[in-house]
Design a protein around this ligand. Structure first.
Ligand SMILES: [Zn+2]
Length: 134
């Protein structure tokens, strides 16, 4: 048993492991598996397999530099999408108590109390005053 354990330790030492891009690939793999279980498309099945192999290849890769570059490129695309999705759900979640407005100077999103009328607001990020209508 200790031989197997030592082999496992040697096999996995120095491997890249998983990161945000890996988690995204796993979630995509799971979604495509569910989709494929319902609709049975051969092309989707092949894509699912390719994603699984690509994920495993990334996890077992020893080239940390290239894998982290891939992850950085993925995050550069994913972060704005994630921010927009979070804002969309926050708008629904706080629709009765708050309104979301963009600062005219720095484009920061502000969550303002839902009081009807025209208000003067100071942005907490850039500290500039601007008028908003709710
Ligand atoms: Zn601002």
């Amino acid at each position: 048993m200790t031989k197997f354990k030592n082999w496992l330790v040697r096999f996995f030492s120095g491997r890249y492991g998983t990161d945000s891009f890996g988690c995204f690939l796993l979630i995509l793999y799971a979604v495509l598996c569910v989709f494929n279980a319902i609709f049975h498309f051969f092309v989707i099945q092949v894509i699912t397999l390719l994603i699984a192999f690509y994920y495993l290849w990334r996890v077992l890769s020893r080239n940390h530099y290239k894998r982290s570059l891939e992850n950085r490129r993925f995050l550069r695309v994913w972060q704005p999408v994630k921010t927009e999705v979070k804002l969309f759900f926050d708008r629904i979640r706080y629709s009765k108590t708050s309104r979301f407005r963009k600062c005219k100077h720095c484009k920061a999103i502000l969550k303002l109390p839902n009081k009807k009328g025209k208000h003067s607001v100071r942005c907490p990020k850039c500290s500039k005053l601007f008028d908003v209508k709710i």
